[in-house]
Design a protein around this ligand. Structure first.
Ligand code: PBG
Length: 316
């Protein structure tokens, strides 16, 4: 009876697996703060994505870890960059049965760790991210990712005007069919800590991203402005991130827009679950399902989660 009348369904077809691929390694590298998640080699990524496809997962979100970082993050748009090479691999292997998404940002690729290029010396308190100079770089990344086989590019840097700049760059390079999943309402959260281990990213000078990511004291008023700006600029899907502490934002965005809505169950949310479960303090499987269901119940159509493989295996 409970199944018959349940209001919310959790289905593997609505999960996206975030995956890390690192340049210049021969063996997958574990990530201490993300138990069960690794930095993949090109080869192990191919194998993982084939297995995910066989398990019924329909989409992956790729993040790259380059060997060389520089001030503008050129590894992010280099046609030989690790994500571009991996997208080519995956497009050949599973491109007809898997949605290939690529995170579009430079923080994994810059030597200063910010999501954009800087207007002064790194670490100097008077230095800011140069929003408009960053847009030009984002356009180049989008074209490189689309060229390599990405079906969806997902700008996560929270620069103003990024969706419009990326749409224009894609269209003028002949990639009108490449979709944009905008990280629209993305908060300056402490819950991204393990992710920064996963991509070897630290902000030089100990700064933060509060100048471009949202303040968690702000609710739907600001979030809906951000979402609407992205839709006006051509976003096909929008995202709220993180998920569990922002269920009110997910619900408000769901009520306000008709496009598909994604929510990102981020690294810190996953790490808290794993740590408490490892201590025997909570039941991993019960809480994992409870959390993912809550995100869907709040209104997300799509959930990005490091639990995607676990869920697919548990429900195969
Ligand atoms: C930025 C990006 C971040 C995450 C996804 N894209 C880090 C950040 O904004 O600081 C975090 C994802 C997670 O914590 O799982 N490229």
């Amino acid at each position: 009876m409970r199944d018959l009348v349940a209001e919310t369904q959790l289905d593997v077809r609505h999960l996206v697996a975030p995956l890390f691929v690192r340049e210049g390694i021969d063996e997958p590298q574990p990530i201490a703060s993300l138990p069960g998640v690794v930095q993949h080699t090109r080869a192990s990524l191919r194998e993982e994505v084939r297995q995910l496809a066989d398990l019924g997962v329909r989409a992956v979100m790729l993040f790259g870890v380059p060997t060389i970082k520089d001030s503008i993050g050129s590894g992010a748009f280099d046609p030989e960059g690790i994500v571009q090479l991996s997208l080519q691999d995956l497009a050949a292997d599973v491109g007809d049965r898997m949605v290939l998404m690529a995170d579009l940002c430079v923080d994994e690729y810059t030597d200063h760790g910010h999501c954009g290029v800087l207007d002064g010396p790194a670490g100097d308190p008077h230095t800011s991210v140069d929003n408009d100079a960053t847009l030009e770089i984002y356009g180049r990344i989008a074209v490189a990712q689309a060229q390599a086989g990405a079906h969806v590019v997902a700008p996560s840097g929270m620069m103003d005007g990024q969706v419009g700049a990326i749409r224009a760059a894609l269209d003028s390079a002949g990639h009108a069919n490449t979709a944009i999943l905008a990280y629209s309402a993305k908060y300056a959260s402490g819950l991204y800590g393990p992710f920064r281990d996963a991509v070897d990213c630290a902000i030089v000078g100990g700064g933060d991203r509060k100048a471009y990511q949202q303040d968690w004291r702000n609710g739907a008023r600001e979030a809906l402005l951000e979402v609407q700006a992205d839709l006006d600029q051509g976003a096909d899907m929008v995202m709220v991130k993180p998920a569990l502490a922002y269920l009110d934002i997910i619900a408000a965005v769901r009520a306000a827009v008709t496009v598909p809505l994604a929510a990102y169950h981020v690294s810190g949310e996953y790490a808290m679950l794993k740590a408490a479960a490892a201590n025997g303090w909570i039941d991993h499987d019960v809480v994992a399902i409870e959390h993912l269901t809550a995100i869907k119940r709040a209104g997300a159509d799509i959930v990005l989660t490091y639990l995607a493989r676990w869920f697919a295996e548990a429900h195969a």
